[in-house]
Design a protein around this ligand. Structure first.
Ligand code: DGL
Length: 269
């Protein structure tokens, strides 16, 4: 089993924040990543379109001999998880449930904020997951459609980011939340700006991290963890490799190691 890989995918680069955590907690695992950089963002698209893209993304990874797949995208996890699970017996882990659980454990005042893409917030996925853990917790959610394009283009700080972030976090601050779900895997890169706006008393929950931890647990239970000390990494993207490798290091918090290839997904779905 140990030679099998963990598949990870996202609409673009955001899922690399989950890869960063997987490398940290499970360094011996072989990882294969797919970022649909040609079609990012997904979060402003229709549910039907998101499902179609997500199925194509997963099909690509299932051909890579994977033992589990991490859907490192809040949008796909919110909209398409049941469809994806129907495609395979391989465990498919999304970001929503593990992150909601971590937020419920973290909150002291029972007020949780959610920042996510338009599709994620509209789906109410996090709201449902929180209510399933503790229906007394109050939730305020804000869609942040400008965050993904900013982050994908390397805008992580400065006046423009601060202005946009200030607008998005205002309803959460007004609601006195003490815990905020970064419901999109791109958002951890904005932590310095968001942390400053919310202040140190507000806990920011990183969805990629929580999902990576949940995936590790599943592999442990299934006795499928790798015994290797250092796993291999392979990255696939659907648009130019040079754009990807340039920004990917920021998401991974280290220089990208492993091969990077451009692929054309079959789009006749
Ligand atoms: N990282 C994706 C997510 O977690 C971004 C979605 C998008 O492409 O808009 O939702």
């Amino acid at each position: 089993m140990s030679e099998l890989q963990i598949g990870v995918f996202d609409s673009g680069l955001g899922g690399l924040t989950a890869v960063r955590e997987l490398i940290r907690i499970l360094p011996g695992e072989n990882l294969v990543y797919f970022g649909d950089t040609a079609r990012v963002p997904y979060g402003t698209r229709s549910e039907e379109m998101i499902r179609t893209f997500a199925k194509q993304d997963l099909r690509f990874l299932l051909d890579k001999n994977v033992k589990a797949v991490l859907v490192a995208c809040g949008t796909i996890s919110s909209v398409a998880l049941p469809d994806l699970r129907k495609m395979t017996d391989v465990p498919i882990v999304g970001v929503v449930e593990p992150t909601a659980l971590a937020a419920c454990k973290a909150t002291k005042n029972g007020k949780i904020g959610i920042l996510g893409t338009s599709a994620t917030v509209k789906s109410q996925s996090y709201q449902r997951a929180i209510a399933a853990v503790d229906p007394k917790i109050s939730v305020v959610a804000r869609a942040c459609p400008l965050f993904v394009p900013l982050v994908e283009n390397g805008y992580l700080k400065g006046e423009i980011v601060e202005l946009v972030a200030k607008e998005y976090v205002a309803p959460l601050i007004a609601a006195d939340v003490d815990t905020v779900i970064l419901g999109c895997t791109h958002y951890p890169l904005l932590k310095p700006v968001l942390g400053q706006l919310f202040g140190p008393q507000v806990r920011l929950i990183d969805s990629g991290r929580e999902a990576a931890l949940a995936l590790g647990e599943i592999l442990r239970e299934r006795e499928q963890l790798s015994c290797a000390t250092e796993g291999s990494r392979h990255y696939y993207v659907s648009d130019e490799v040079s754009n990807f490798s340039h920004i990917a290091g920021m998401f991974l918090d280290r220089n990208i190691d492993g091969a990077i290839e451009k692929v054309d997904l079959c789009t006749d779905d």
